[in-house]
Design a protein. Structure first.
Lengths: 208, 824
């Protein structure tokens, strides 16, 4: 995959099975986030293909990929990415509303309860701690019951204790839903929790 | 996608994201609809006012009786109608006293517009009459009472008819025409004319048929009437001559339209700024929504319908506010308004709605539309370039929309040009000056103390953004300065036009041997008066030997006509020579100085020879100068002025004008007894009315100025806010690194104050230019530079922007850097 003169990822061939949990590890700048962006259909590859199930993402335009993401993919980000103008509950409801679920509110309440934040459902992100915000983000990611969950450094902005609690939650919900989990991290302990590890070095895959 | 725009807006509103955008929209609609409704209603009022001067909506005038069939036909159109007949006649009281009077016979409904006034005794308290004289009675001009030695209840004779004197006739709405023509007024009923037996075929009489009613019916009626009219019959409508009040209100109206247009521009800029900030903040939101499955179509639909909803809400709220604003204006001067304000109709509110729509489409939609293109990848990488950056096309669309809107709103391309050109100067100069000065700032900053270094480094680091901000601040300050300057000169001009001792009475027909006596009597009573002017009645016959058309009808235009001449050895005060030269004081030459508009109307030019008839003596004179004069000065003014020695052989009477306070009015009784042949014309009611209108319109102008200043402040707030995010980020990093409060606030203050200073300077330059164009070409006023704004503009900009900037960023020092950094 080449972007102009600058090649960020090169010669990557990778298959992830349904229900599998995979960790992509590597140092800063190794291309982890770029790979995640491509796999999740957030970005378009200049060369090569990304196929999820029967869908070839490289044949879809941005709108097509957006619809696909809405139906199939959930995200947990390092910087939480909650909308500051929405309450915790509304943030969780957002993907459900975007995908036209009639029971958005009930679903959102259920998942907020699962991350033990039902007491704080009407609080805004700025009124919450980092760990709480990430729990809201996890509730949001699972609320739409995605087939694949992408997590980008989910503990990167959190202290160790809060981080491990978040990871527990993440894996617990993932097991329940039987979703495929793709996790980007440079934390080896976190990566060890996954069934498979993929290491990136300077844009290329290296054997583990 | 089921997330509705309503819910998104409700959430945004709660989050405080929409404040400035909504305020700007509401203000735009309110200013435009309010001012437009106000001027529309004022215009209708003005029209009524001028109808009042006709005493009707349409008048047909003739020197011969007109068919009664016309009146019957008018009934079919549902029009109100009245007839009047004016003729000169001797009025007798007993065997001794008689007097030439101007008799006016009026039918029951007269006047159809405006009202007659009377007083129970001569020169007594003026009261409006509900109807004219009844059959068998007459109302006499105040000065006829001493002249005829009669009192209320006595009898007088007009021709063969005998009538009881009911009260004093004071004013008629249509009196202004022919003030100087005949003697004092006698009002009687139209049906009493046959009793007098004085109106015979060939008498010097003037018949008038008056019509009033619905404008459409009037037009239909006129369409029917015109083919039947003969050459000697003339139809008059309001456009023939506006009263003096018209010009004062006309300028006020221009001012209000200008204010409204500036309001539109300011609100447009505020909307653009608010929308830009809104879309910048929403770039991340859209990226998140897209990562969660929102397509660009659904993002567009969401923001489009939000904007529509916002527009509709703002239009409703803005129209209500606009309605309230104009109602408040009229409420303020309900007591002094000579007429009821007319209806405003739906148009002002339609303009308000169109403004909201245009502002949203041209200012808010372009950056929001680009939101849909935001890359979802931003959720992973926040350093990606923002999609909301404005392109040149955006600015062009905005400028075009604002120009069209102003043009539609003011209907005046000169006004639009003056403002847009001023804005263009601001933008061009602003970009150049700001870039240069800001670059200069860096050099100074290198060697300055640490607060200064911080501030100047900040200025230079955000060079382009700052230049843009300077331009925006400058635009707002410029528009406010323009408005303040125009307002000040307008009010000044009105005040000098109507000083407290404005002459409010005229005296005409003073015999040469009475001149000294009249002068002494006025001085004796300490009554300030103008000098006594000689007045000679003459008839203009020909220009350069070519006879002018002859006609009996009193039309404006090129024809043989009677005019009052005067003589003077100097240029009369407040007259300005525009062509030619004044004569020597002892000149005996046959010269004449002509008033400029009169010369145009009569087709006279410098050097032409004019032939006159004074009495039965033919006279010729050469046009040696052309003069301009102010017809609203309430001083004796003359179309034609001659050298004193040239007119000396001809019989003259004299006239003057003077100021008489209400408490001194009884002086007139004594004066008329002493000088029974002198005619006194009372204008005090008119002058007072004019003065009160000017006062009230001035306060309306102040109020509008207040509203526009609010709009301007909004732009300043929006402008400051647009840069708060990045400044806050930097400041919180500085705080985290241990910078103390004073350093950060001091740096911000210097940075904003410097921007304000540049902006104020630019604004002053551009405002001076705009005011020049506006005064010279739009308001028809004399342009004078305003040196006082040169220090004021930059200083005000510096203080205002400095304070606003520090105020907007104050939270950076009051909350912990961690919270700030986390939020950003």
């Amino acid at each position: 995959m080449a972007g102009g003169d600058l090649e960020i990822l090169k010669g990557i061939s990778l298959e992830i099975k349904s229900g599998e949990s995979v960790a992509i590890i590597g140092a800063s700048g190794s291309g982890k986030s770029t790979l995640l962006g491509l796999l999740a259909g957030l970005d378009e590859a200049s060369e090569g293909r990304v196929v999820i199930g029967d869908t070839d993402l490289s044949e879809l335009d941005e709108d097509g990929r957006a619809l696909f993401r809405g139906q199939q993919i959930g995200f947990v980000f390092q910087s939480f990415q909650l909308l500051p103008a929405l309450t915790a509950l509304e943030n969780v409801m957002l993907p459900l509303e975007l995908n036209g679920h009639d029971d958005a509110r009930e679903q959102a309440e259920y998942f907020l309860d699962r991350v033990e934040l039902s007491e704080r459902s009407h609080h805004y992100p700025r009124q919450m701690s980092g760990g709480e915000q990430q729990r809201v983000a996890i509730a949001r990611a699972f609320a739409a019951r995605p087939a694949i969950l992408f997590a980008d450094e989910p503990t990167g902005n959190l202290d160790t204790r809060t981080g491990s609690h978040i990871i527990e939650l993440l894996f617990e919900l993932n097991r329940e839903q039987g979703a495929t989990l793709v996790l980007v991290t440079h934390d080896n302990n976190l990566a060890d929790l996954c069934e498979r590890r993929i290491r990136l070095e300077a844009g290329a895959l290296v054997a583990e | 996608m089921s997330m509705t725009a309503t819910r998104m807006l409700a959430r945004e509103w709660r989050g405080g994201e929409l404040g400035v955008l909504v305020a700007a929209l509401v203000l735009a609609v309110a200013v435009v609809s309010g001012i437009s409704a106000f001027t529309t209603r004022l215009q209708t009022a003005l029209e009524q006012e001028s109808h009042r001067f006709l005493a009707a909506d349409r008048v047909v005038r003739s020197s011969r009786p007109m068919p009664d069939q016309w009146l019957q036909e008018a009934q079919g159109y549902d029009l109100k109608q009245a007839t009047t007949l004016t003729f000169p006649s001797m009025v007798f009281a007993g065997d001794e006293n008689m007097r030439l009077a101007s008799v006016k016979a009026v039918s029951d409904l007269y006047p159809l517009r405006g009202s007659l006034t009377y007083s129970e005794e001569p020169f007594g308290t003026v009261m409006p009459a509900t109807q004219g004289p009844k059959r068998g009675e007459v109302w006499l001009d105040s000065r006829l009472f001493p002249l005829l030695e009669v009192e209320v209840g006595d009898y007088v004779e007009v021709g063969e008819g005998r009538f009881v004197v009911k009260q004093a006739a004071r004013t008629e709405p249509d009196q202004s025409a022919g003030l100087f023509s005949y003697g004092p007024r006698v009002l009687m009923h139209y049906d009493d004319i046959p009793l007098t037996g004085v109106v015979q075929p060939g008498s010097r009489v003037r018949y008038r048929q008056l019509y009033a009613g619905d404008e459409e019916a009037l037009e239909n009626f006129v369409e029917w009437l015109e083919p039947q009219m003969e050459d000697t019959q003339r139809l008059i409508d309001v456009n023939q001559g506006q009263p003096g009040i018209g010009s004062a209100l006309g300028r006020a109206e221009s001012f209000l339209l200008l204010a409204g247009s500036l309001g539109v521009v300011l609100a447009g800029v505020a909307i653009a700024l608010a929308a830009r900030r809104f879309s910048e903040r929403h770039n991340d939101y859209v990226a998140i929504m897209k990562s969660l499955g929102a397509t660009s179509g659904s993002v567009n639909r969401l923001y489009g319908s939000s904007l529509l909803l916002l527009g509709i809400t703002a239009t409703i709220v803005g129209c209500l506010a606009g309605w309230g604003m104009q109602a408040l204006f009229f409420d303020m001067f309900a007591d002094q308004m000579p007429v009821q304000p007319g209806p405003s109709g739906i148009r002002p509110y339609a303009i308000g709605a169109a403004t909201a729509l245009t502002c949203l489409l041209s200012f808010a939609w372009p950056p929001l539309r680009r939101l849909a293109q935001a890359s979802p990848l931003r959720v992973l990488r926040r350093d990606m370039p923002s999609e909301s950056r404005r392109t040149l096309t955006d600015y062009a669309i905005g400028l075009f929309a604002v120009t069209l809107l102003m043009l539609w709103y003011s209907g005046d391309w000169q006004l639009t040009f003056a403002v847009i050109a001023g804005l263009a100067i601001t933008v061009v100069l602003g970009m150049m000056l700001a870039m240069t000065l800001l670059r200069g700032g860096r050099l100074v900053g290198m060697s300055a103390g640490s607060i200064w270094r911080l501030a100047l480094a900040g200025l230079q680091r955000r060079g382009t953004a700052n230049a843009l901000q300077v331009v925006i601040f400058a635009m707002a300050i410029m528009l406010l300065l323009v408005l303040v300057l125009i307002r000040t000169s307008l009010i000044d001009e009105w005040q000098t036009q109507l000083p407290p001792d404005t002459p409010n009475h005229f005296m005409v027909n003073i015999a040469p041997e009475e001149v000294q006596g009249v002068d002494q009597m006025l001085r004796g009573e300490n009554i300030p008066s103008e000098p006594l002017f000689p007045m000679i009645r003459g008839r203009i016959m020909a220009v350069n030997g070519v006879e002018l058309p002859r006609t009996d009808e009193e039309e404006e235009g090129r024809r043989q006509r009677e005019v009052n001449f005067t003589w003077s050895d100097i240029v009369p005060s407040q007259n300005v020579l525009t062509q030619g030269e004044w004569w020597a004081a002892d000149s005996e030459e046959a010269l004449v100085s002509v008033e400029v508009e009169f010369a145009q109307r009569m087709g006279m030019e410098l050097g032409d020879t004019i032939s006159f008839l004074i009495g039965s003596a033919p006279v010729e004179a050469k046009v040696s100068s052309i003069r301009e004069l102010d017809w609203q000065s309430f001083r004796p003014n003359f179309f034609l002025v001659f050298p004193p020695r040239f007119l000396a052989p001809y019989p003259a009477t004299f006239m003057t004008s003077f100021h008489l306070g209400a408490q001194n009015k009884v002086f007139l009784n004594q004066f008329i007894r002493t000088f029974p042949t002198v005619t006194v014309i009372e204008m005090d009611v008119v002058v007072e009315q004019l003065r009160s209108i000017v006062t009230q319109v001035s306060s309306a102008i102040e109020l509008v100025l207040g509203v526009i200043i609010a709009a301007g402040s909004l732009v300043l707030v929006a402008g400051v806010q647009s840069s708060v995010d990045s400044r806050m980020q930097e400041s919180s990093i500085l705080r985290a690194l241990g910078a103390h409060r004073r350093l950060i606030l001091g740096g911000l203050l210097i940075e904003f104050a410097a921007l304000g200073l540049f902006a104020g300077l630019l604004a002053t330059i551009a405002a001076e230019f705009s005011v020049f164009v506006l005064q010279e070409y739009v308001m028809e006023m004399q342009y004078a530079p305003s040196p006082w704004i040169w220090p004021l503009g930059p200083l005000a900009g510096m203080l205002l922007i400095g304070a606003l900037g520090v105020f907007s960023c104050r939270s950076v020092v009051s909350s912990s850097p961690v919270t700030l950094l986390r939020e950003l």
